[in-house]
Design a protein around this ligand. Structure first.
Ligand code: GAR
Length: 208
């Protein structure tokens, strides 16, 4: 645990959210923890300068930064930033790059991802956002949902922590499925993160 805040005597767990695009999940997670005295979102990290998540971060007064793919792959500049902000845990919320080995090594069991389908279906390289919902519709699936999982060195693998489902009707478009899936994400992702943090940092449990 790095983020010890002496002033209050509480352990503060610092989260970095990695996001490549819109950032509606990032904003929802920031809002959820905004009243917490023990958990906070301290940094937004992106691989896209123009991602709307930066605009959200600015409005919410959370620092945000961008790194190139090469910097993510090498790891050093990203790890420096994470150290500067005393980051304890990483949440991927619509982050489209594969997380490199140096980051995996620095945060073992401390990087959580959300995927907008029921893994192991409709996962893997190139499967993100609307492409996933279109694949669900094209496959004629009668349900979809969300998967929240720890990550490993492969896309959309790693231990699954939580899944929730929604119906897919024969008349549903990919947009319709996206709306249902987003609702599930907003409802469940922050609580699942909170539970994962309690598991990752059991010593600070009494302080929460
Ligand atoms: C979310 O639906 C998330 O599950 C998905 O991207 C969307 C980001 O939305 N992630 C992936 O597809 C990763 N494979 P947001 O930027 O509005 O939070």
């Amino acid at each position: 645990m790095t983020g010890f805040v002496q002033k209050t005597g509480f352990f503060m767990t610092n989260i970095a959210i990695f996001a490549s695009g819109n950032g509606s999940n990032a904003e929802n997670i920031i809002s959820y923890f905004s009243g917490s005295s023990t958990i906070r979102v301290t940094l937004i990290v992106s691989n896209k300068e123009e991602a709307y998540v930066h605009t959200r971060a600015k409005a919410l007064e959370i620092p945000s930064c961008t790194f190139s793919k090469a910097e993510f792959d090498g790891g050093v500049p990203v790890l420096d930033a994470l150290r500067r902000y005393d980051i304890d845990f990483i949440v991927l919320a619509g982050f489209l790059l594969k997380v490199s080995q140096p980051l995996l090594d620095a945060f073992p069991g401390r990087i959580l991802n959300i995927h907008p389908a029921l893994l192991p279906k409709h996962g893997g390289k190139g499967m993100y956002g609307d492409r996933v919902h279109q694949a669900v519709v094209d496959a004629g699936d009668t349900e979809s949902g969300i998967t929240i999982h720890y990550i490993n060195e492969n896309y959309d693998e790693g231990d699954i922590l939580f899944q929730a489902t929604c119906d897919v009707l024969p008349t549903d478009s990919a947009d319709d499925v996206a709306k249902k899936v987003h609702e599930l994400e907003y409802l469940h992702f922050p609580e699942v993160i909170e539970k994962a943090l309690k598991k990752a940092f059991p010593l600070s449990d009494g302080d929460r």
